[in-house]
Design a protein around this ligand. Structure first.
Ligand code: FVH
Length: 272
C-alpha cells in the first residue's frame, strides 16, 4: 500500500476488463484515481470502490498529472485525446491500449507537438494477473517520465523499459505474442496428429509442456545468432533442420492433417 505522502492523482480512461483491473490496482495502492468509461455504468462500479467517476473523457484527462489509457485501439485513443490536446499539455500519458509500433510513434509525434510526455506500454498479462508476480508490462518512450512514475506502474506488474523509440514496446509485445501463437498453432496441429494414432491432445500437452519449457531456455543462446551473427556458432545445420521439419510435414500428411505450417517454419528457420 502506498502511503499518503507518495499517493498520486492518476486517471484511467477505458474500463473494460483490463482498464478495470488497472484502476483497482491503483486504488489498492492508495492512489487518488479518477476514471472514465464510454459506458458510464462501469465507472460507477469503480466509484463504489473509491474512484472518482468523471462525467467526460476530457474531465478525466485533465484531473491528474498521470493519465493511463486502456481503450480498444488507436482510433478510440485518438478520438478522445485529440480534442483535449491543449489541456493535456505538461501531463504524462501512458497508453496501454494495444497498437502497432507505427501507431505508437504517430501518437508520439502528435504528443510532442502538444508538449505531452508519452509512454507507450504493452501489457503481458490477462486482467486477473494484474498486480500479481507473473505480470509484466513493457514500456517505451519518455524514459525520465517512466522513472518518475515507476512506483505507480509497478502496481500493474513488473515494469520493463525497452527503449526510447515509442514503437519499441509494441514491437516487443507483438513479437512475444507471435511466439505464443506459433506455439499454439504447432500444438493444435500436433493434437490432431496424435489423435490419428489413438492418442489425445491432453496426453500431448502433458508431454510437450516440459519439453517446450526446456527448449525455451535455449532462446538466449539463439539470440546471439540474430544479434551478433559473426560471433555465432550454429549447432545444427540448416540442412539438418530442414530435413527434420520435412519429416514432421510428411507425418502430418500421413495422419490426414496436411498444413502450411511446416513449410512456413522451414523457410523461416532455414531459408531453404
Ligand atoms: N484483456 C487482455 O487480456 C489484454 C491483455 C493485453 C492488452 N490488452 C489490450 O488492452 C486494451 C483494453 O482491453 P480490454 O480487455 O479491457 O478490452 P474490453 O474489455 O473489450 O474493453 C474495451 C474498452 O474500450 C472502450 N472503447 C471501445 N471503443 C471505444 C470508443 N470508440 N471510445 C471510447 N471507449 C471505447 C470500451 O468502452 P465500453 O464499450 O465499455 O463503453 C472498453 O472500456 C486493448 O487495447 C487490448 O488489446 C488487453
Amino acid at each position: 500500500m502506498t502511503n499518503s505522502a507518495t499517493a498520486q492523482r492518476v486517471s484511467v480512461l477505458g474500463l473494460g476488463a483490463m482498464g478495470t483491473a488497472l484502476a483497482k490496482a491503483l486504488l489498492a495502492g492508495g492512489h487518488q484515481v479518477t476514471v472514465w468509461n464510454r459506458t458510464a455504468a462501469k465507472a460507477e462500479a469503480l466509484a463504489d470502490a473509491g474512484a472518482v467517476a468523471a462525467a467526460t473523457a476530457e474531465e478525466a484527462l485533465t484531473a491528474s498529472d498521470l493519465v493511463i489509457l486502456c481503450l480498444l485501439d488507436d482510433a478510440s485513443v485518438r478520438e478522445h485525446v485529440e480534442p483535449a490536446a491543449a489541456r493535456l499539455s505538461g501531463r504524462t500519458v501512458v497508453n496501454l491500449t494495444t497498437t502497432t509500433p507505427e501507431q505508437a510513434r504517430g501518437l508520439g509525434r502528435w504528443a510532442a507537438e502538444h508538449d505531452i510526455a508519452l509512454i507507450d506500454g504493452g501489457i503481458m498479462a490477462v486482467p486477473a494477473m494484474i498486480g500479481t508476480p507473473g505480470a509484466f508490462v513493457l514500456y517505451s518512450g519518455a524514459q525520465a517520465e517512466f522513472e518518475r512514475y515507476r512506483q505507480v506502474l509497478e502496481l500493474f506488474g513488473k515494469p520493463e523499459f525497452v527503449g526510447a523509440d515509442l514503437g519499441a514496446a509494441a514491437m516487443y509485445d507483438v513479437s512475444i505474442l507471435g511466439g505464443m501463437y506459433a506455439m499454439f498453432a504447432a500444438f493444435q496441429q500436433g493434437g490432431l496428429m496424435v489423435r490419428s494414432v489413438g492418442g489425445s491432445a491432453a496426453r500431448l500437452a502433458e508431454l510437450m509442456t516440459p519439453f517446450l519449457q526446456a527448449m525455451a531456455t535455449l532462446l538466449a543462446a539463439d539470440a546471439v545468432g540474430i544479434d551478433m551473427p559473426e560471433d555465432f556458432t550454429q549447432v545444427q545445420s540448416d540442412e539438418f533442420t530442414a530435413a527434420a521439419i520435412d519429416l514432421i510435414d510428411k507425418a502430418a500428411v500421413e495422419s490426414g492433417n496436411p498444413t502450411e505450417l511446416f513449410g512456413v517454419l522451414r523457410r523461416t528457420l532455414t531459408g531453404l
